[in-house]
Design a binder for this molecule. Structure first.
Ligand SMILES: C=C(O[C@@H]1C=C(C(=O)O)C=C[C@H]1O)C(=O)O
Length: 451
C-alpha cells in the first residue's frame, strides 16, 4: 500500500507459501476455472514433476507486430520492478510470474478460430502453483492501488484462495457415443504439391529450408474436454512439455518435445530438434529406425541448419555457447527426432522473453534464411498458424523462465478441434514421405481427440 501511495500507481503484490505435496497444480486450475478466467498449465512430468499452473488475471500484457516480444517484456519488467513480494524461494516459477504465449507470426492468428489468442499474450495470474518434486508453492497476486487498505487486499486474496477446488482431473470418456468427423482442411494432395514446389525453389537456390504445415479438424459429437485431454497427454508424453492455455471457451493444448529456451540466471539452454522417423513396438526395429535417422544425410542436414542458426543467434549474447558435435536420437511416444542440446553462458542479462525472441522462429519451424522463407510459409500452406509453432511458457520477476515451441498441438473450441503438424522441407525432401511424416505427428493427438 505504501509503495502504491508513494508512486500513485498500482503496485503488484505477491504472497507465496508452501502447500501440501498432494496438491496437483494443473488439476486445481482446471477444477477452479470460472467462465471468464484465463488459465495456463505447463508441465514436464519427467523433470521431477515440474509444473507451473496459473489461474485468473491480475494484468494482461499483449502486443502485436515485429516488436511484440520486446513490448511485453518491457511491460512485464515495469510491473516486476515495483512489485512487492516474498523473497524468491522454492521451485522455478514460484513467486510472481507472467504466463502465456506468442503466435508464430508477428501479427498472430487473424482467423476467427484464433480469437482470444493474441500475437503476444502474457497474463499475470491471480493464482499460480509451481512444483518440483515434493515442493509445491502457491502464489496469490493482486494489483494494489493507492486507496486500497491492507484488509481489502487480504480479503481479496483470501476469497480467491477459498474458491480453489482440489478435484482431480476428469477422465477422458473411453467410449464416447456419436460420430467423429476428421477432415484435412486442404486436400492432402495440395500439401504434397506445396512440398514439391518448395523443393523446386530450394533446388533453384532461393533458400535452404522451409517448414510447411497442415491443419486437420476433428468434429466431435460432444464438446472436447481440455482437462481430460491434458490428463491423457501428461501421462503419455512424460518427457514432453505438456501445456494447455485457456482463453474464454477455447483451449490450446499440446505435448511438445521442443524446448525453445530455458533461462536460469546467466545460463540459457535450448535444443535444436529436427529430422523425424516413426517408432516401432519392436525394440530392435525401433533402434534400427533411430540408427537410420542418425545416418540420413537429408535429416542430418535439416537438423544441422537449426544448430547453426541457434548458435549464431546466441553467440553475440554469450561468453560461450556449447553444443555436442553429433546429434542424439530422442524418442517420444510416437516419433523419434534428431536433437542437439545447446547451452550458453550469457554475457549480459538477457531475459527469457528476449531470448525467446532471439531464437523464434528457429528453422525447426520456420526456414533458412528466415527472411526468404517467412513470406512463403503462409503462401504455400494456405492456413493460419495462430499459436501453432509459436512460443509458450512463463517468466518470473528475475526474467528467468522457460518457453517451449507449440508443436503436437490442438486448438479446442466446443465440439471442434484443429490440429497442426509440419515438416522441414529441404532439397532432398520427397512429398509423399513428408505427408506421411505429418500423419505421424498428427498421431500424437488425433487418437485422443477423435474417440
Ligand atoms: C514442425 C513440427 O516439428 C518440427 C519439425 C521436425 C522435422 O521436420 O523433422 C521435427 C521436429 C520439430 O522441430 C511439427 O511437429 O509440427
Amino acid at each position: 500500500m505504501r509503495a502504491a501511495r508513494k508512486s500513485g500507481a498500482p503496485v503488484l503484490l505477491g504472497h507465496t507459501e508452501r502447500v501440501s505435496a498432494d496438491v496437483d497444480p494443473s488439476a486445481v486450475v482446471f477444477a477452479s476455472r470460472g467462465v471468464d478466467d484465463h488459465w495456463f498449465c505447463f508441465e514436464q512430468p519427467d523433470r521431477a514433476g515440474a509444473a507451473l499452473a496459473a489461474l485468473g488475471t491480475v494484468a494482461r500484457l499483449t502486443a502485436s507486430g515485429p516488436a511484440r516480444f520486446k513490448q511485453v517484456a518491457a511491460a512485464w519488467r515495469a510491473l516486476a520492478a515495483t512489485a512487492v513480494s516474498d523473497l524468491p524461494d522454492g521451485p522455478p516459477g514460484a513467486g510472481l510470474v507472467a504466463v502465456g504465449g506468442f503466435a508464430f507470426a508477428p501479427d498472430g492468428g487473424k482467423a476467427p478460430h484464433w480469437a482470444g489468442f493474441e500475437a503476444a499474450d502474457l497474463v499475470v495470474p491471480e493464482v499460480s502453483f509451481a512444483r518440483r518434486g515434493e515442493d509445491v508453492r502457491l502464489t496469490l497476486a493482486a494489483l494494489v492501488g493507492p486507496d486500497d487498505t491492507a484488509e481489502d487486499v487480504a480479503a481479496r486474496l483470501a476469497a480467491r484462495a477459498a474458491g480453489l477446488s482440489l478435484a482431480p482431473l476428469p477422465l477422458l470418456d473411453p467410449a464416447p457415443v456419436g460420430h467423429f468427423r476428421i477432415d484435412s482442411v486442404a486436400p492432402p494432395e495440395h500439401y504434397e504439391a506445396a512440398v514439391a514446389r518448395a523443393v523446386e525453389r530450394i533446388r533453384a537456390g532461393a533458400f535452404e529450408k522451409i517448414v510447411l504445415a497442415r491443419e486437420v479438424t476433428v468434429n466431435a459429437p460432444t464438446a472436447h474436454d481440455a482437462a481430460a485431454v491434458f490428463g491423457v497427454l501428461r501421462s503419455g508424453f512424460e518427457s514432453c512439455y505438456v501445456f494447455c492455455a485457456g482463453r474464454g471457451d477455447a483451449a490450446f493444448v499440446a505435448a511438445s518435445p521442443e524446448l525453445l529456451v530455458r533461462r536460469e540466471g546467466a545460463r540459457a539452454q535450448t535444443v535444436a530438434l529436427a529430422g523425424s522417423t516413426r517408432r516401432s513396438a519392436d525394440p530392435a526395429v525401433d533402434d534400427h529406425l533411430g540408427e537410420q535417422l542418425l545416418r540420413s544425410n537429408k535429416d542430418r542436414e535439416e537438423q544441422a541448419i537449426v544448430v547453426r542458426r541457434i548458435a549464431r543467434a546466441l553467440r553475440p549474447h554469450a561468453v560461450w555457447v556449447a553444443a555436442p558435435d553429433e546429434p542424439e536420437v530422442i524418442k517420444v511416444a510416437n516419433i523419434q527426432h534428431l536433437a542437439t542440446p545447446i547451452r550458453a553462458q550469457l554475457a549480459h542479462p538477457v531475459g527469457a522473453i528476449e531470448l525467446a525472441s532471439l531464437l523464434h522462429p528457429t528453422p525447426a519451424v520456420g526456414g533458412e534464411p528466415h527472411a526468404m522463407a517467412a513470406p512463403l510459409i503462409p503462401a504455400f500452406e494456405g492456413l493460419d498458424r495462430g499459436w501453432y509453432a509459436g512460443a509458450i511458457g512463463w517468466t518470473d520477476a528475475n526474467d528467468d523462465g522457460e518457453f517451449c515451441v507449440a508443436l503436437r498441438c490442438a486448438l479446442l473450441r466446443d465440439t471442434e478441434a484443429r490440429l497442426y503438424a509440419g515438416v522441414g522441407v529441404v532439397r532432398d525432401s520427397d512429398p509423399a514421405s513428408e505427408l506421411n511424416e505429418t500423419e505421424i505427428k498428427l498421431g500424437a493427438l488425433l487418437p485422443i481427440l477423435a474417440g
